[in-house]
Design a protein around this ligand. Sequence first.
Ligand SMILES: [Zn+2]
Length: 379
Amino acid sequence: MKLNQSEREVIDLIHNSNGISRKALSEATGLSQASITNVTKSLVQQNYILEGERVGNGLGRKEVQLYPNPMRFKFLGIDIGGFRLRLAIANNNLEILYEREHLIKEINEEEDIMEGLVRRIDNFLKDVNVPVEDLDAIGVGVTGIVDNEQRRIVNIPNLDRWNDLPISEVFGERYKATVYLDESGRTMALAEKLRGKASTYQNFAVVHLAFGIVAGIMVNGQPVRGMNNVGGLLGHIMADESAGQCLCGNYGCLELIATYPMFEENYEKLGGKESSIVEAYQLNDKTALNVCMTAGNAIGVALSSVVNLFNPEALLLGGPVFEKFPLVFDEMKRTLLMRANRFATVGMKFEKSSFGDREGLMGALAMANTQFISKHFNS
Ligand SMILES: [Zn+2]
């Protein structure tokens, strides 16, 4: 279905809102109420959108809210993290219908990584009873570097066997759906912009601290990508040269200090006595608190550079590191406010990211949804 520019604007607005009235659409697009009535009538007839309840706004008349038809399209989201592979099927409203996860470790034991991925996806689709024909698009987010055409995984710094994987080609052929691939920091930023807390921000960064460090930076509403799709690789900027060699080949990367497994490792290295740093942290163990202070400081220093370079309106922060060790957050914030330019941080917000553990999965789904909708209504 081919729509003109303003009709496309209408469908995008409906897709990226939680209910919007014809009047609000007219105000947002500058189209007359009569044109909006025509466009939305045709979209309702074709089952792309649904009419919902009437919502009043003060004294004015109550307006019917329009929604995307949740049943109209189905998406498969694939989040390839450093620790977990997550799979989900979502409807057109990005509500997750089915979900599954596997450990990356388990896939690493496979002779052929692509084959291992495909088999797990096949089994998932079979078990949840979603035939391949029902999939409209697939979104894949990966904590690594993708090629310029966004079709292949070029490299995952922490996983040495995940080089040069033809994701889009293999998944596209097997599942007969368009495949969208990107680095997961950028997909997370997209999910925050379209469905999360960043809907009103043009400049913000998402930082997810888990098995690895994932960051997505939006500038003027566009994700920072750079020439070779490496823009935003926060985990591998140099934090402390004496921290040793990183799996990426470089020395002193932030990931040697501030990822979840490194907390455990650094705790043991410093002679921690408890069985885990999480346990030690809860007992106010000095070694555990020191590890957290060092990491929080390193993240704060790194993020102060991000703040000085991009001057974001907000930092959206999440992942198990912040959840398990609140001290890391406090120390990160304190360091950042001290180190970043003081004019850059005036009014800047520190917020928890929107989707918790599912940040990467929502990123993959949001990318599939928005790109698919845009393509579908343009051809
Ligand atoms: Zn590195």
